[in-house]
Design a protein around this ligand. Structure first.
Ligand code: TXA
Ligand code: MG
Length: 331
């Protein structure tokens, strides 16, 4: 009784929740779904507001790039460029627990928050409920593991509900996941296969399919996937917590009030006129890229509060603001 009227996630059997899951996703909501590896927290990968909700629900302090899930090879080819080896691995292991990191096709429908502004994308084709859901939706789903930041990946619907209970509406229950480990993540570099994250497909199986040993450990000594040295940084320098705009600067604004001398900015884009952090997150990478194209040498960024998604937004901006000669590592 003393718990009051807090909303909690509904757990529903996969056999009877397809329509509800589909309706929620179409409305830009997020849904926890079973895959053969672990449960995923899924949102429409073409809808920035939905993707922002994923980060918000997980409480991730930074925008790591997410895996986009597809139902067919045709859907995958609309999103990414396949080299010969990646295509061969997809043919052999999809649907299944293999994620391929591939060059993103320009002009595609994937929202830039999914890739955290990178020009590559992690793609995988799951089995079972997830695949049917994506097919019905007709769009790829962005889905990290359905746990809050810092916790282990959930393999049952009950584990998802315990963790994310008041942050999501629906957990689709497909029973315990069959693989129980996250997908293996690989990337082809100059015709060679690099293991970025070990997972549900053993390295040996991949080596047999590729006909060569896997490269291990990340290039440039960067350890975790997503923590990439090549992580998107604008060409222009970035100055955060700007109270005023200097000559020649572009302005990345936030909220209804402008920094001093805003009218003198080379270009101005507002992350959210109303100060909505979810909207700001969904605009972050596209606005940075657009201001970069304005040719300004410096992008001044108005102060953004450190609450909710503001933490991840500020994390990303302060990395972009860090000195460029520090090895550009993204830790
Ligand atoms: O089995 C799985 O892979 C599960 C299910 C739900 O599909 N998903 C999952 O997602 O484990 P997540 O977000 O917890 O892990 C995705 C990993 C992260 O380590 C991220 O850094 C990496 O994929 N990643 C995503 N895009 C990348 C990219 N373009 N380059 C390198 N790594 C990338
Ligand atoms: Mg995870």
């Amino acid at each position: 009784m003393s718990k009051g009227l807090r909303e909690v996630a509904e757990i529903r059997n996969a056999a009877e929740s397809m329509d509800e899951a589909l309706a929620l996703l179409k409305a830009g909501e997020i849904v926890a779904i079973p895959t053969e590896t672990v449960y995923g927290l899924a949102g429409d990968a073409t809808n920035g507001a939905a993707v922002a909700k994923i980060f918000e629900a997980k409480g991730r302090p930074r925008f790591n790039p997410l895996i986009a899930h597809v139902a067919t090879m045709a859907m995958a080819e609309e999103i990414a460029e396949f080299d010969q080896l990646s295509r061969k691995l997809a043919e052999k292991f999809w649907p299944g627990p293999l994620t391929l990191v591939l060059p993103l096709k320009p002009g595609g429908a994937i929202h830039p928050l999914v890739t955290a502004g990178l020009d590559t994308i992690a793609l995988r084709m799951p089995r079972g409920f997830g695949a049917r859901l994506i097919e019905r939706l007709g769009r790829p789903l962005a889905a990290p593991s359905a746990n809050s930041s810092g916790r282990i990946s959930p393999t049952t619907a009950a584990a998802v509900a315990d963790d994310l209970c008041d942050r999501i509406r629906l957990v689709v229950d497909g029973g315990a996941t069959s693989v129980g480990l996250e997908s293996t993540i690989v990337k082809v570099e100059d015709g060679k296969l690099r293991l970025l994250r070990p997972g549900g497909i053993a390295a040996g199986e991949l080596e047999a399919a590729a006909g060569a040993a896997l490269l291990r450990g990340a290039k440039n000594g960067v350890e975790a996937p997503g923590m990439l040295a090549s992580h998107y940084a604008p060409g222009a320098l970035v100055r955060i917590n700007a109270e005023d705009v200097a000559a020649g600067e572009a302005l990345l604004a936030f909220g209804p009030e402008r920094a001093r001398n805003a009218e003198g900015a080379v270009a101005v884009l507002n992350l959210s006129e109303t100060g909505d952090l979810r909207e700001a997150a969904s605009n972050l990478f596209s606005h940075l890229q657009a201001l970069d194209r304005s040719g300004a040498k410096m992008i001044a960024v108005e102060p953004i509060p450190y609450e909710g998604l503001g933490e991840a937004i500020n994390d990303r901006l302060s990395r972009a603001a860090a000195p460029r000669d520090s090895g550009a590592s993204y830790k």
